[in-house]
Design a protein around this ligand. Structure first.
Ligand code: ZN
Ligand code: ZN
Length: 135
């Protein structure tokens, strides 16, 4: 069998912006912090991290930069029309791009391997997979 580089495609809600990631993510994490809760409107975020050169997208993205608890910055890049967050860039990891897992059209990512900000987790949230605590 010929090995092929996997391609992960993602679109925003309105279809204006689409994003392509080539190859597999470097890591995948669940984050229970309040900012991920606000960003998603749900009780946690799940993000996959790629190297910046694995990720490309069409169109212009609107940006918002926030200072994290650590003092590092997180810049959100979102669709200017429907506000779907397409990617995030971390000042602490300038070679990486973080993509919310829910925007991908393929649903075969492995489960996340890290869980961040467990102390802010809603008490009823439980995962049926092995997740390492991180922080
Ligand atoms: Zn959109
Ligand atoms: Zn978070």
């Amino acid at each position: 069998m010929v090995s092929k580089t996997s391609i992960h495609m993602a679109d925003c809600s309105c279809g204006l912006v689409s994003l392509v990631c080539r190859g597999e993510p470097v890591r995948s994490a669940v984050c229970h912090c309040f900012e991920c809760q606000k960003r998603t409107g749900s009780v946690f975020g799940v993000q996959v991290r790629f190297l910046a050169d694995q990720v490309s997208y069409n169109g212009e993205l609107t940006q918002y930069t926030r200072v994290a608890d650590s003092g590092n910055t997180v810049t959100y890049h979102f669709c200017p029309r429907c506000s779907t967050t397409m990617l995030m860039k971390l000042s602490a990891a300038p070679d990486s791009v973080v993509v919310p897992i829910g925007i991908f059209s393929d649903h075969d990512f492995p489960p996340p391997s890290f869980s961040v900000y467990e102390q802010r987790k809603q008490g009823w949230v439980k995962f049926d997979c092995q997740i390492e605590l991180f922080d």
